[in-house]
Design a protein around this ligand. Structure first.
Ligand code: NDP
Length: 234
């Protein structure tokens, strides 16, 4: 099993996560497609298996803080290592609630899914990632989370993505001795349920840098924020 690369993607039943799963399976990865809904996840897996891909479902609700450990146990029962973890799942809620009116509930939920969840998923999968010669964690972030030019757009979401970028820095430093690279990536504005139909990018393009980070990017590239394969400012 060691010579076959293995990836796990959160929130991969639709949107960019599904597209990343598709592209990695096409590159002969064993793909753990995770989703919070078993029904939606298994349907997505079936869809990709039609082309002969080795794609397996694992239930993972990143808002349920006990879920990552259960998912990691399920995966560890089947394989002895993990090469790539893509923290993709996210929500965009309260987009039009300005910072002065955003509710505690929206803040809590958004931070749980977009920042705390990815940290706990990483913690749960580090033992398996440590068994890879070239472990990689990819946090799907957004330019909405950049601090240098942050304005009034979607406060809960933007604050959560800034927090996710901090998760990237912390994990990158903490995992340097295990040779696990950790980076944030902005996929650009992409036509998905979240991005809407006016977004300029197709899903294939949005997934490109995520897949590059999962495969060809230099292993010593870590602790960075990327877009279109280039390092960008936080
Ligand atoms: P979508 O809304 O299309 O898909 C989001 C995915 O996340 C779904 O599979 C959804 O599952 C899943 N999800 C939500 N909550 C949870 C949870 N608690 N546990 C597990 N999965 C969950 O979004 P995109 O595909 O557009 O976004 C993917 C990533 O890209 C996100 O991190 C997003 O912030 C980022 N991004 C997207 C941009 C865009 O223009 N589209 C721009 C910048 C960044 P379910 O079907 O169950 O709801």
């Amino acid at each position: 099993m060691k010579n076959r690369s293995i990836a796990l993607i959160t929130g991969a039943n639709r949107g960019l996560g599904f597209e990343v799963a598709r592209q990695l399976a096409e590159r002969d990865f064993i793909v753990y497609l995770s989703a919070r809904s078993r029904e939606a996840g298994e349907a997505a897996v079936e869809n990709l298996q039609k082309n002969g891909a080795d794609v397996r479902f694992v239930e993972l609700d990143v808002a349920d803080f006990s879920s990552p450990q259960k998912a990691a146990q399920a995966v560890a029962a089947q394989v002895d290592h993990l090469d790539v973890l893509v923290n993709n799942a996210a929500i965009l809620e309260g987009e039009n609630l300005p910072a002065l009116r955003v509710t505690a509930e929206v803040m809590q939920k958004t931070l749980a899914v977009n920042a705390i969840g990815p940290l706990l998923v990483a913690q749960a999968f580090v033992p398996l990632l440590s068994q890879s010669a070239h472990g990689r964690i990819i946090n799907v972030s957004s330019s909405a989370g950049t601090l240098h030019d942050m304005g009034t757009y979607a406060p809960a979401y933007s604050i959560s993505k800034a927090a996710l970028n901090a998760v990237t820095r912390q994990l990158s430093a903490a995992l340097q001795n295990k040779r696990i690279a950790v980076n944030s990536v902005c996929p650009g504005w992409v036509r998905t349920d979240m991005g809407g139909c006016n977004a300029p990018r197709a899903m294939e393009k949005g997934a490109e840098t995520i897949v590059w980070l999962a495969t060809e990017a230099p292993q010593d590239l870590t602790g960075q924020f990327l877009r279109d394969r280039k390092v960008i400012a936080w």
